[in-house]
Design a protein around this ligand. Structure first.
Ligand SMILES: O=C[C@H](O)[C@H](O)[C@H](O)COP(=O)(O)O
Length: 239
């Protein structure tokens, strides 16, 4: 089954996770967009009262255009469930995100969510993370200096470009530097190192955050984390 069909399948299956009255975090990207569409259909069919929180301008606009209520994250007291896509996922449900440059808001929302569900197609499952380049969000000021640090760390950095001349800007106006982490042995250590570099805002390693992955194959497969962490047991977003 092609990847697009799998994404749609997973998005439909994720509706089983949603209940009337929930506050739902909306991810970003093509798979999350299928979920937003499916959620909007369900909300209108069932006349549900659902509030959403978006992880990007793109997802907020899509959700609003489909008649969903989109709140600012600071207007809600809790997020019951967040449904998002991912770029690469290992068997322990660690993942790489940020292929669509939305990793910062995605991580803020995910770490405040009671449950995180990722929707993927089979091609994104990987025995070990590192096939996908790791996106790192850095402030524009001194970005070239941070880039040099990544060179010294042997991470073969490259600035994400919008076009031939301009660097890609995130929703927060930051730059993205993509890193080759295929040779890195300890990803938790790398995550800590990255967070300790001044100028780095966030990285796309999502370790211990996802509770369930839904793979949109035929039949649908699900991988669940055995012990779920509640939102307040998760590391705070600065960790
Ligand atoms: O920044 C973007 C996000 O992390 C996406 O969720 C991720 O890139 C997957 O996107 P897609 O569903 O389009 O493959």
């Amino acid at each position: 089954m092609d990847q697009d069909r799998q994404k749609k399948n997973a998005a439909r299956a994720a509706l089983n996770e949603v209940q009337d009255g929930m506050v739902v975090g909306l991810g970003t990207g093509s798979t999350a967009a299928y979920f937003i569409q499916a959620l909007s259909n369900r909300v209108h069919e069932e006349n549900w009262r659902i509030e959403t929180v978006a992880t990007s301008k793109e997802s907020a606009e899509l959700a609003r255009s489909l008649g969903l209520i989109v709140k600012d994250i600071d207007e809600v007291s809790a997020i019951d469930l967040t449904v998002d896509g991912a770029d690469e996922v290992d068997p322990k449900l660690n993942g790489i995100k940020g292929g669509g440059a939305a990793l910062l808001f995605e991580k803020v929302v995910a770490l405040r969510s009671k449950k995180n569900v990722w929707l993927i197609d089979e091609s994104k499952l990987s025995p070990r993370l590192g096939a996908f380049l790791l996106p790192v969000e850095v402030i524009e000021f001194g970005a070239q200096q941070v880039y040099r640090t990544f060179v010294h760390m042997g991470l073969h950095p490259r600035f994400r470009m919008q076009n031939e001349r301009d660097r890609k800007k995130t929703d927060s106006g930051h730059n993205i530097i993509d890193l080759d982490i295929s040779a890195v042995a300890d990803l938790s250590q790398l995550a800590e190192q990255l967070k300790s570099i001044t100028g780095v805002v966030e990285h796309g390693l999502f370790l211990g955050i996802c509770d369930k992955a839904i793979i949109g194959s035929d039949p649908i497969k699900e991988i669940e984390r055995p012990q779920r962490q509640s939102a307040d047991q998760r590391p705070v977003p600065t960790a």
